[in-house]
Design a protein around this ligand. Structure first.
Ligand code: DAH
Length: 340
């Protein structure tokens, strides 16, 4: 077969041309199959080797193997060229352009204020306690020495949930204050107690600039032996100075709450209140835990004494940031929220 050796070079040239003409990886694979696949043209030529006369075989075998190695090398280098091409961006990129910054979310201003309040109380040994927003009358009112005819229990003030059966008196409600958690904690552990209770509360108020049907409170409760109003005042002063600045002053005014005796309202005065055109601003309610409340939870009022307070978180946040409408907190308008 005199043609064998002469066929190698043109076939090799044709294969090399086709390899370098391939513009992508699938195209190159097709070209490989055309020549080196089991039915490829180059493979077919190799198969003719065995039919050659014995004395021609060594030279022919050497020639065709050299050609095959050359084709394989060409294939490999074209493949890596095409792989690189495929990995490169299709359009030119300006690597000097500034990157796209990911927008980081932040904590809601009410959450920030709540965390600040918690942080201050933690410094003096208080822990956070929690309780249900769907409460019963017992924990929300009765156990807090708030009798059935107390105005806070009026359907005007409180969201009662539908009774289990028709005609039955509703007894489940949305808690009107976080004071209910006082009862739950005292019933679940012996004294001493040192807790604060941040949480959501509900009132049947119409929304306006200073009211919203749901808002947030922090309740505090301290029970130990020989606790005094002095402890209460010192604690409140410490926390409000942390929250509202070191020159903050506080004062107690006598008041009435059914679960404390004596009871007080707390006013505070600082650069912030003066900015609002007032020397004193009412901020919280508090008092010494009523002996009846201790009786209700099974603490001996002859042994144990304590104080409690409660205040609204929105109000603190509004004063602190100079916000004049409580509804802004609930609208989730990013232009508002981004400012904190
Ligand atoms: N529960 C009261 C309210 O919602 C706040 C309050 C006042 C809590 C006096 C107390 C307290 O623990 O002693 O307005």
């Amino acid at each position: 077969m005199p043609g064998f050796l002469d066929d190698i070079a043109p076939l090799k040239t044709a294969a090399l041309a086709e390899f370098s003409a391939a513009t992508d990886l699938p195209g190159l694979e097709q070209a490989r199959i055309n020549f080196l696949g089991s039915n490829g043209r180059f493979t077919a030529l190799m198969k003719q080797l065995s039919a050659l006369p014995k004395e021609e075989k060594p030279a022919a075998g050497k020639a065709i193997n050299t050609a095959k190695l050359e084709l394989e090398a060409a294939l490999t280098s074209r493949r890596s060229e095409l792989e690189l091409q495929a990995a490169l961006p299709k359009e030119p990129i300006d690597f000097t352009l500034p990157g796209r910054r990911r927008v980081l979310g932040k904590l809601h201003p009410l959450t920030q204020v709540t965390e600040d309040i918690i942080r201050s109380f933690r410094k003096i040994g208080f822990v956070v306690a929690d309780g249900p927003e769907m409460e019963d009358e017992y924990h929300c009112f009765d156990a807090l020495n708030t009798p059935a005819d107390h105005p806070a229990r009026d359907a005007q003030d409180t969201f009662y949930l539908a009774p289990a059966a028709a005609g039955e008196k509703p007894s489940t409600l949305l808690r009107t204050h976080t004071s209910s958690v006082q009862i739950r904690v005292m019933k679940s552990q012996p004294p001493p107690v040192r807790i604060i209770v941040p949480g959501r509360v509900y009132r049947r108020d119409n929304a306006d600039a200073t009211h919203n049907p749901t808002f947030h409170q922090v309740e505090g409760l301290y029970v130990d032996r020989n606790v005094t109003v002095g402890d209460l005042k010192g604690t409140v002063e410490f926390v409000f100075r942390e929250l509202m600045g070191p020159e903050t002053r506080i004062r107690f005014r006598p008041h009435y709450f059914s679960y404390t005796e004596p009871s007080f309202e707390i006013d505070f005065s600082s650069a912030l209140t003066r900015k609002m055109g007032k020397e004193w601003l009412e901020i919280a309610g508090c008092g010494m835990v009523h002996p009846q409340v201790f009786e209700n939870v099974g603490y001996d009022p002859e042994v144990w004494t304590g104080w409690a307070f409660g205040f609204g978180i929105e109000r603190i946040a509004m004063i602190r940031y100079g916000i004049n409408d409580i509804r802004l907190f609930y609208e989730n308008d990013l232009r508002f929220l981004r400012q904190f």
